[in-house]
Design a protein around this ligand. Structure first.
Ligand code: GN1
Ligand code: MG
Length: 340
């Protein structure tokens, strides 16, 4: 860490570095001066996942430049430049970037009030809306086929053929349940003609929104997965991560329930920005969006379990199996939920 701080002109004697947040892919730290006057967020890019870190930096620069002209009032959190003027530094073969910690802003890890869900959904909708005039095709594809449900299903099928034999036997019941929901993939394949491609964030968890101290949304952060995509990705991942009082880590599945007010707040918040943009066909897909993202996450966790946790890692044996079971439970709850 010392070497990295020095590259930014920060003296390692004056700053402490502590792990920050709960992301599964990149590693994140908060860097604070001993006087607490200066704070930064430092992030190491996981190159197993993001094979071309320079593409991420490229996209952020492009969006930054566009918004500076077309939405100058938007709070855009771009990486700080190091002493050599670079927005990413390399150390021991790994890539790091540093962000300013926005004064008077906060992130939250759990959605406790529907108003927070509304504000977050509004911010993700606003982000896509601000980029209407921006040519999404000029973005580098940082993760090819990231939310391609057909491909995720194919990867799951591959794990059924080549995965850990012992885990395959133990997971039989859950595997069957996952297969039973394959109709969600068929629907996705039918939808491609209905859905429009827009600038999509692709990681709309609540901790990717900055709030002010009154819980008003300020902006979105973590732009590594901004790519052309479908609105069902963003709305679906909000439904996946905001409507339930517990997250994908919960082992007690009886706590997995749908909170209708939070569900409605996501739709209202998103439509407050995107209402005029979404087509009538797209507006009928909110419930499907949730099923789509929850199912994709269940597939990804179960596939990873069968592949010995190579992607997500595991803090205990069976971690990704539990996460997959959790997501299938959430999917069943959402499918049984009739938003009216
Ligand atoms: C990963 O690293 P994090 O937590 O922001 C994953 C998302 C998953 C999420 C599940 C690049 O996001 O797609 O939804 O874990 N990101 C990548 O918690 O795979
Ligand atoms: Mg992320």
């Amino acid at each position: 860490m010392k070497e990295i701080l020095l590259q930014y002109g920060l003296s390692p004697d004056d700053f402490t570095v502590q792990p920050f947040g709960n992301g599964l892919i990149n590693s994140t730290w908060i860097v604070e001066s001993r006087s607490l006057q200066k704070r930064y967020i430092l992030q190491k890019i996981n190159q197993q996942v993001f094979k071309q870190p320079a593409d991420i930096a490229f996209n952020i620069r492009l969006i930054d430049a566009y918004l500076k002209i077309h939405a100058p009032a938007y709070l855009f959190v771009s990486p700080i430049k190091n002493l050599e003027g670079a927005d990413m530094v390399k150390s021991d073969g790994a890539y790091y970037r540093m962000f300013p910690f926005v004064t008077n802003s906060k992130t939250i890890d759990v959605v406790e009030k529907p108003e927070q869900a509304y504000e977050a959904a509004k911010q993700f909708g606003r982000f896509t809306k601000l980029l209407f005039g921006f040519d999404a095709r000029s973005l580098k594809i940082t993760l090819p086929d990231f939310h391609n449900l057909s491909l995720r299903y194919k990867q799951f099928e591959e794990s059924l053929n080549n995965g850990n034999p012992e885990r395959l036997v133990q997971s039989k019941e859950l595997i069957d349940e996952v297969i039973a929901h394959k109709h969600i993939v068929a629907t996705y394949e039918k939808l491609s003609s209905t859905l429009q491609r827009r600038c999509t964030h692709h990681d709309t968890k609540i901790s990717n929104v900055l709030f002010d101290r009154h819980d008003k949304g300020l902006c979105v952060i973590d732009l590594d997965t901004v790519m052309p995509g479908y609105f069902i990705s963003d709305v679906g991942d909000m439904i996946r991560t905001y409507v339930c009082q517990v997250n994908e880590e919960e082992k007690d599945f009886s706590r997995i329930e749908i909170r209708p007010a939070f569900y409605q707040a996501i739709i209202d918040g998103y439509l407050s920005e995107m209402g005029e943009e979404l087509t009538d066909e797209e507006k009928k897909l909110f419930h499907y969006a949730g099923c789509f993202m929850i199912y994709m996450q269940a597939l990804r966790f179960l596939t990873d379990h069968l592949n010995n946790d190579v992607y997500y890692g595991a803090k205990y044996i069976g971690h990704n199996f539990v996460r997959a079971g959790n997501q299938i439970t959430l999917l069943n709850r959402l499918m049984a939920f009739n938003p009216g």
